[in-house]
Write a protein that binds this ligand. Structure first.
Ligand SMILES: Cc1ncc(COP(=O)(O)O)c(C=O)c1O
Length: 419
């Protein structure tokens, strides 16, 4: 086998990687709430020799020989996850958040069982019962809604839905909800109807790990997450649970829904959990909250409406119903100014999903770049200017501001990260 540097072995692909590195470094303000930038140590683990091995099974119980170092890596990831989230058991093998949810449901339910989840346009994810996803196809999903007045999930509404539908499992945790999730409230409701309580903390797991959002344990029975959003690790998923569900969760991941684990990703998850336990990460998560709050205040000062009138976490949801632009138009105009966000349904949205009346904006990635409240205030004003008047002169002026801002906050520039 010939080892060659990627730049020589495959110049075409190498060029593509270089282009992407350059786009991330220079081309825009990354404000998609589910994205982040990982440090060199995570990239190294992902690009390591751990990719070479089949390690079906679990540490100490593999289907192939030669897994001793893979056992070490997976044990590190599992132990660190349990410590970080105060969990009794962790399965670090799910390839993604969606497959984690698949296995989590099937660990305690059978196809056709009833799940109570959020109305999807009120912040849920596809894997919380959308008809185009396995979840909506295989399970009987019923919904609870955001309260139209407070624009939050309220006890009486969720309880009413739970009593009406008598679900086997209730899911809380969202993709586009700017407020804290009240796990105690959901526990009370789940107990009222004797349902299993599952939290999907894909978006907020970094905030939970750092202690700036309540922990779903001990209230929740099963907790799923991704590892690539606010927790700033490699792409992937994880399931944590109370001990009594450990065997069922492990079986639902392998052999029920996956084959060989992606051991290079699991190695990187171990690094991610180590990073997330450090005081520096706590400061990072605190800064995310400060930054989002500054962004929210600045948008509000410019007369922009926010769902629930603010934020407790890493994202704001702009409500454009009173503006002259739709979510799609605002997304496009902001992209022209190199501000990268996504259109998003707002609760009780009159527009269809491909148009929407909302914009979701998150701060984890820019906080990783080192931006602070001062920059967030400036960005809030710029976003508001574009929403109010998405005309070429405003976009051009904003693009220049964005360029100057990015220049001041290098990402990988000057580090050993080559692409
Ligand atoms: C709440 C929630 N759960 C699950 C997922 C799915 O994660 P993945 O894209 O890794 O399948 C997401 C992704 O955005 C999410 O926001």
């Amino acid at each position: 086998m010939e080892h060659r540097d990627l730049s020589e072995a495959d110049p075409e692909l190498y060029e593509t990687l270089k282009n992407e590195a350059s786009r991330q470094e220079k081309e825009g303000l990354e404000m998609i709430a589910s994205e982040n930038f990982v440090p060199l140590q995570i990239l190294q683990a992902q690009g390591s020799v751990m990719t070479n091995k089949y390690a079906e099974g679990y540490p100490g119980k593999r289907y192939y020989a030669g897994c001793k170092h893979h056992d070490d890596a997976e044990n590190l990831a599992r132990e660190r996850a349990c410590e970080l989230f105060n969990a009794e058991h962790a399965n670090v093998q799910p390839h993604s958040g969606t497959t984690a949810n698949f296995a989590a449901y099937f660990s305690v339910l059978e196809a056709g069982d009833k799940i109570l989840g959020p109305v999807l346009s009120h912040g849920g994810h596809l894997s919380h019962g959308h008809h185009v996803n396995f979840s909506g196809d295989l399970f009987n999903f019923e919904t609870y809604a955001i309260n139209q007045e407070t624009e939050r999930f309220e006890y009486q509404d969720v309880l009413k839905a739970a009593k009406k539908h008598d679900p086997d499992l209730i899911i809380c945790g969202y993709s586009a909800y700017p407020r804290k999730v009240d796990f105690k409230m959901f526990r009370e409701i789940a107990d009222e109807v004797d349902a299993i309580l599952m939290a999907d903390i894909a978006h907020i797991s970094g905030l939970v790990a750092a202690g700036v959002h309540e922990n779903p344990f001990p209230e929740c029975d099963i907790v799923t997450t991704t590892t690539h959003k606010s927790i700033r690790g490699p792409r992937g998923g994880m399931i944590m649970c109370q001990k009594k569900y450990a065997d069922a969760v492990d079986k639902a991941v392998f052999p029920y829904s996956q084959g060989g684990p992606l051991m290079h990703q699991i190695a990187a998850k171990a690094v991610c959990f180590k990073e997330a336990s450090k005081p520096e990460f706590k400061n990072y998560a605190k800064q995310i909250i400060k930054n989002t709050s500054a962004l929210a205040e600045s948008l509000k000062e410019e007369g922009i409406e926010l769902v629930s009138n603010g934020t407790d976490n890493h994202l704001v949801l702009i409500d454009l119903k009173k503006e002259d632009v739709t979510g799609r138009e605002a997304e496009e105009a902001l992209e022209k100014a190199n501000i990268i966000v996504n259109k998003n349904m707002v609760p009780y949205d009159p527009e269809p999903p491909m148009v929407t009346s909302g914009i979701r904006i998150g701060t984890p990635a820019l906080t990783t770049r080192g931006m602070k409240t001062e920059e967030m205030k400036e960005i809030g004003k710029t976003v508001a200017d574009i929403i109010k008047r998405p005309e070429p002169d405003v976009i051009e002026r904003s693009r220049e501001k964005v360029e100057m801002l990015i220049e001041k906050f290098p990402l990988y520039r000057g580090s050993e990260v080559e692409y």
